[in-house]
Ligand binder design. Structure first.
Ligand SMILES: [Zn+2]
Length: 62
């Protein structure tokens, strides 16, 4: 009998607030790894783009 095991990963940022939200992307900076949901992922992408001075490539979202 075959059994499929699906690994569920929660968003680290949402977990800090006590919420369980499926993570859809991973952020790795040096030794640090973060699993993030769509909302937090986009937030971090925007922050990083701003830090790198490439804000024009990303449309600002709420
Ligand atoms: Zn999140």
């Amino acid at each position: 009998m075959a059994r499929t095991v699906i690994e569920k990963v929660d968003c680290d940022a949402c977990l800090k607030k006590g919420e369980e939200v499926d993570a859809v992307m991973k952020l790795i900076i040096g030794p640090d790894e973060y699993d993030l949901c769509e909302r937090h992922g986009e937030k971090f992408r925007a922050l990083l783009a701003e830090a790198l001075g490439t804000t024009t490539a990303i449309t600002q979202s709420a």
